[in-house]
Design a protein. Structure first.
Length: 140
């Protein structure tokens, strides 16, 4: 059985990279999750319960990718990631994984995809800070 991931452990990790490594699932593109029962998770994500907890999680994480203060989400849609993948049984049985903030984290689409598919190249890379003459070694 896979280890249960939780927010209290995640926030102890200081860097974005450490948090990404903790959450990474190494899934495979095309693996079926809900299949024909996709309507279940679509209905869940439109529920008032989900909307309320989603707002609470965004506020807790200060609108930052993986809750990292240096990764404020500005011009992208904010997603809430279930740290432990949910199944249709979780929705049907209303398990604790669905709405407990301990199992949820704020993220953006690229980070979310990188977590699921294990592709670090998908992660947002902040711009490299440039300095005068840094492209001209003889002028340092």
């Amino acid at each position: 059985m896979n280890k249960i991931r939780c927010y209290s452990e995640l926030i102890k990790l200081k860097t974005f990279k450490e948090r990404y490594e903790y959450l990474k699932l190494d899934g495979k593109v095309g693996e079926e999750t809900f299949g024909f029962d996709r309507w279940l998770n679509q209905a869940f994500y439109k529920s008032k319960e989900w909307q309320r907890i989603r707002n609470d999680v965004i506020a807790r994480d200060l609108g930052c990718d993986l809750g990292c203060i240096d990764r404020e989400i500005i011009d992208e849609m904010i997603l809430i990631h279930h740290m432990n993948p949910i199944s249709k049984e979780d929705i049907i049985n209303k398990t604790d994984f669905l709405l407990n903030p301990e199992y949820l984290i704020t993220t953006i689409d690229n980070t979310h995809r990188a977590i699921h598919y294990g592709n670090e190249e998908m992660l947002y890379q902040p711009p490299i800070e440039r300095f005068k003459n840094d492209q001209c070694p003889w002028r340092h």
